[in-house]
Design a binder for this molecule. Structure first.
Ligand SMILES: Nc1ncnc2c1ncn2[C@@H]1O[C@H](COP(=O)(O)OP(=O)(O)OP(=O)(O)O)[C@@H](O)[C@H]1O
Length: 627
């Protein structure tokens, strides 16, 4: 169908004609014309949200993506051979997870089948994700069903994912860049997507209802224990606390209610919906045969049910998911606003599985921070650090992914496990990720996307499960723009970005200095002479904390009785010209002013700057002029 035919058909449908399109398509076209005032003759480019917005959307969807991951990956494996790509979008239509063959990246990106693409109806016109969000139903938008001419090559099938309180929270979509003409060819796709969503919702309900009784239902006893159609959670006094979408439909049908009004279902007594009380329902465990677990629904139908006992509450009734605070997090730095802000982020991010990217100049403490994230995460596995810049290019793949016996000249006879597998159940820290060779980046992407690692020379992939934290002192976004770092890998790694400031900008400089004086004191903190301290405070520290750490270690070895004098410091510090006080850390300016009891001239002299400059600094720091 040509461009003009497509527009003409939309216009005719807009005027009320029946052109044989499915009702969901007709209704969506009308919304596009009447509600969103879209013009079918104007083609729109795919909308890809900014990196910052994408990060926010991904952070919000983190828990769901974590629970959904194995379902998504399994579905992708089932459909990848037919060239489908898989998108998970949030309730605003922004793609927060994407699985597709990276070799089609350019075409997929252009078509909007990509991380960060926005598929809401008002933005993209009739499309599967957008129509699914609006209608709340699984559907296929096939080729010319799309409103916008740019999308008409695509065939997309989507199903909504509901949270346990019945609100639409995400959409799972599988799409084809080119497909057979017949829409019926996508019926199987709809079944696959819907059954994946059913499993994801069930996993989500189980994870969120650990302390409640969960009831699973099926129409036939044979599938009850393996693939239930619906599930609900019930608290200790028999009130409904959660449900899958199948559960919502079942409850609603039982009383002739509308499933789109979950408030009529959540919080209601379970006995209103079934001809059975809480005790009877709770007894339907696997202790009896599935065919004996038949229960009557209030609408007169019968179902088979399976009751799963709640887990014991934790002592004191602590909630299952708490943001852990850990002494590890105190090792990050002193209590100043910038570091406290970082600490809050880490406390929230560490317990999840979101990949974290650490940015900061060399020696700013990226690995130190990665270890803190690992400790706070509570993951049972190891922390495995890999310096991608330090491993020779020809060895990096076998180091990371392992190799089978005799895979290459010099390979170990019995083969070798890779570092990725060493990190099983723990954290893999990829330092200097910007130095990873391009080919290795593709293999790493595959490992992250599929949760499987294929050793060099091997043919059988092995399952792996780990958290990835990566770091780079280079701006990866620039490398992506220059084409030296894979964009898709970048988006996988940068779900959350934490930036460490250069040492010279840290307001907790003195805290760090004290920690290092303790560290190298061998049981008794080292002391600094006033002149040595002044030199240290005035140095620029291009090598950041590592340089300071090395300088203190050096001085510790030279000094007498734990007192560090100027002559004990490395020459490049003791002999270097002081940096102008204009660059002194904020804490230093405050300290000197306090020591001079607010005497600006004296403080300026000590800081080595003129009074005007000091006044400017004070204004910036919000320090009042002394009267
Ligand atoms: N908050 C901190 N408190 C005490 N010591 C720290 C802190 N952060 C970093 N260090 C010390 O500074 C040195 C450098 O830190 P680290 O190796 O983590 O930096 P990096 O940013 O990963 O460096 P590179 O970019 O060169 O890999 C280490 O010896 C580390 O122990």
């Amino acid at each position: 169908m040509g461009f003009s035919d497509h527009i003409r058909e939309i216009e005719r449908v807009g005027q009320g004609s029946n052109t044989g399109r499915d009702a969901v398509v007709v209704e969506s076209w009308r919304r596009c014309l009447e509600t969103y005032q879209l013009d079918p003759s104007k083609a729109r480019e795919a909308v890809i949200v900014s990196e910052t917005r994408l990060r926010e959307h991904r952070q919000q969807a983190e828990d769901l993506v974590h629970i959904a991951r194995s379902g998504l990956e399994r579905l992708y494996r089932q459909v990848a051979e037919q060239n489908y790509v898989l998108l998970l979008s949030d309730r605003e239509g922004v793609t927060v997870e994407f699985l597709g063959d990276p070799s089609f990246n350019n075409n997929l990106r252009k078509a909007g089948l990509y991380l960060g693409s926005e598929w809401s109806e008002p933005r993209a016109g009739t499309c599967a994700v957008g129509a699914c969000i609006t209608t709340g139903e699984a559907l296929t938008i096939h080729q010319t069903d799309h409103f916008d001419i740019t999308h008409t090559p695509l065939s997309c099938t989507a199903a909504p994912i509901y949270d346990t309180h019945g609100a639409l929270t995400a959409v799972l979509d599988i799409s084809l860049l080119s497909s057979p003409i017949l829409k019926a060819s996508q019926n199987m796709a709809r079944h696959l997507v819907s059954s994946t969503v059913r499993r994801i919702e069930l996993a989500n309900l189980m994870a969120n209802s650990r302390h409640d009784l969960v009831l699973r239902f099926a129409g036939a006893p044979e599938f009850l224990d393996v693939d239930p159609e619906a599930a609900i959670a019930v608290d200790g006094v028999g009130r409904i606390t959660g449900m899958t979408h199948g559960g919502a439909r079942l409850l609603a049908t039982s009383r002739g209610l509308d499933w789109r009004r979950p408030e009529l279902l959540i919080g209601q007594p379970v006995a209103d919906f079934f001809e059975a009380g809480l005790d009877e329902l709770a007894s339907l465990t696997r202790a009896s045969l599935p065919q004996d677990r038949r229960i009557a629904v209030r609408d007169g139908s019968f179902l088979y049910a399976h009751a799963i006992e709640p887990q014991q509450r934790l002592a004191g009734g602590a909630p299952a998911r708490v943001v852990r605070t850990s002494p590890a997090i105190d090792r990050l730095g002193g209590s100043v606003p910038a570091i406290d802000g970082l600490r809050r982020k880490i406390a929230k991010l560490a317990p999840g599985r979101l990949p974290i990217l650490l940015q900061g100049e060399t020696g700013t403490g990226k690995e130190h921070l990665a270890r803190i994230v690992h400790e706070v995460s509570g993951l049972p596995g190891r922390f495995v650090a890999v310096n991608c810049a330090a491993i020779p290019e020809q060895l990096i793949e076998s180091e990371l992914f392992g190799h089978v016996p005799g895979a290459f000249t010099g390979a170990l006879a019995r083969g070798r496990k890779g570092l990725v597998e060493e990190a099983e159940g723990g954290t893999l820290f990829l330092d200097e990720i910007g130095d990873m060779p391009f080919a290795t980046q593709s293999r790493l992407l595959r490992v992250l996307a599929e949760g499987e690692v294929l050793p060099v020379g091997g043919s059988a992939p092995r399952k792996v499960d780990f958290r990835v934290v990566s770091a780079s002192h280079r701006a990866l976004a620039d490398m992506v723009a220059a084409g030296t770092f894979r964009a898709d890998l970048y988006y996988r790694l940068n779900a959350a970005v934490l930036t460490l400031p250069p040492l010279a900008e840290r307001d907790d400089f003195s805290w760090l200095l004290d920690r290092l004086l303790e560290k190298h004191g061998g049981g008794r903190p080292l002391r600094l002479s006033a002149a040595a301290r002044a030199l240290i405070l005035n140095h620029r520290w291009p090598g950041n904390i590592r340089e300071l750490d090395n300088a203190i270690a050096f001085a510790a070895a030279l000094c007498e009785d734990g007192w560090i004098e100027v002559s004990d410091l490395p020459d490049h510090i003791s002999l270097s010209p002081s940096k102008p006080g204009e660059d002194a850390p904020d804490a230093e300016v405050r300290g000197v002013l306090a020591a001079c009891k607010g005497n600006v001239s004296e403080a300026a002299r000590r800081l080595g700057i003129d009074r005007t400059t000091l006044h400017r600094r004070m204004r910036r720091l919000g320090i009042d002029r002394p009267h």
